[in-house]
Write a protein that binds this ligand. Structure first.
Ligand SMILES: NCc1ccc(-c2ccco2)nc1
Length: 328
């Protein structure tokens, strides 16, 4: 039984968290995404202009790569970015956890935002395999393939503000969080690490309810996207907070006092998101106006992204479909 641990390094401004994987002997620095289920890479089939600045996987240099005849993928993400191409299999090793026949999706087209993000050379999808976009046959994620050979059927995300954390497969390192994990049931219907989240508390204020609230734990989303009622209640406690459509969300004075936000996870754990982490980044050169790490989403499904992970150590249990959290 194996385990694997890799460093999770934030891009400047904690925009995304990158970690190295080995594909057929080639190291690729990738964006680990618990909100999607495709493993795709920048590679030598891409147009030269798209390859520029990236590490490009070269299937011809791997002795273990095999093309998957007639297979293709096409994926689009909530931020409007996307990728499409063909598919093969190869050996993937992440920090010592190895899968010998992992579907590797070779992009032949990628959106401009991915081309410009030269620190990232692809995504490692860690949501449920039912979301995989490969046709004619959906492929399994690395975690799904690795699960049966891992010491425990789990992976964990230890993401930090402006500091190196870790992704671990097959073990839970209890030295990385405070106290013990609180576990919640995962609703796997939509293919996400989805749980009920109906109670909220801004600072030491009154507990609020969002009827039927659901959320997903998504390492591939930078911010925390919650129900408008929660977001309005939160920023009503922040002097100078305004909804700035030009900038695309709520901003506030960078020296604002930001309260903590508590959100319930599965009905019996209130996860504290530190107010400091809700100050995401300045929007002006003078650094006087800052963009909120908590923003509204109109869908019923809230997306708890990296802003939450910076306060909460998260364990994903694929054995019993539960999600564990503890402050770190
Ligand atoms: N939630 C998946 C995901 C991850 C990264 C990106 C991305 C990075 C650069 C441009 O777009 N987009 C979507």
């Amino acid at each position: 039984a194996s385990t694997g641990t890799v460093a999770a390094t934030p891009e400047t401004g904690d925009v995304e968290y990158l970690a190295p994987i080995n594909i057929g002997g080639q190291t690729m620095v990738m964006d680990f995404d618990s909100g999607s289920s495709d493993l795709w890479v920048f590679n030598t089939q891409l147009a030269a202009a798209s390859q520029t600045g990236h590490t490009n996987f070269d299937p011809s240099k791997s002795t273990t790569f095999k093309l998957m005849q007639g297979a293709s993928f096409s994926i689009s993400y909530g931020d409007g970015s996307g990728a499409a191409g063909n598919v093969g299999t190869d050996t993937v090793n992440i920090g010592g956890a190895t899968v010998t026949s992992q579907a590797i999706e070779l992009a032949t087209a990628v959106s401009s935002s991915f081309v410009q993000d030269t620190q990232s050379n692809g995504l490692v999808g860690l949501a449920y395999s039912k979301l995989n976009t490969v046709k004619p046959t959906a492929q399994k994620t690395f975690f799904d393939n690795a699960k049966s050979s891992l010491a425990e059927p789990v992976f964990t995300a230890d993401l930090r503000h402006n500091a190196v954390g870790a992704y671990t497969f097959g073990a839970i390192d209890s030295t990385k969080f405070n106290g013990s994990l609180s576990w919640a049931a995962v609703n796997t219907t939509n293919g996400f690490w989805q749980f009920s989240s109906t109670k909220f508390q801004v600072g030491t204020g009154a507990a609020m309810t969002v009827a039927g609230g659901q959320a997903i734990a998504d390492t591939g989303t930078t911010l925390m996207l919650a129900n408008a009622a929660v977001v309005n209640a939160y920023y009503s406690q922040v002097t100078g907070a305004v909804n700035n459509q030009t900038v695309g969300g709520v901003t506030f004075p960078c020296n604002a006092q930001l309260p903590d936000l508590q959100v319930d996870v599965g009905g019996n754990y209130m996860a504290v998101v530190r107010g400091d982490d809700i100050n995401f980044a300045p929007v002006d050169n003078a650094g006087t106006t800052c963009f909120g790490g908590l923003q509204a989403i109109s869908s019923d499904l809230q997306i708890y992204g990296d802003i939450m992970f910076k306060s909460q150590f998260v364990a994903f249990n694929g054995g019993n479909n539960t999600i564990g959290m503890a402050p770190h």
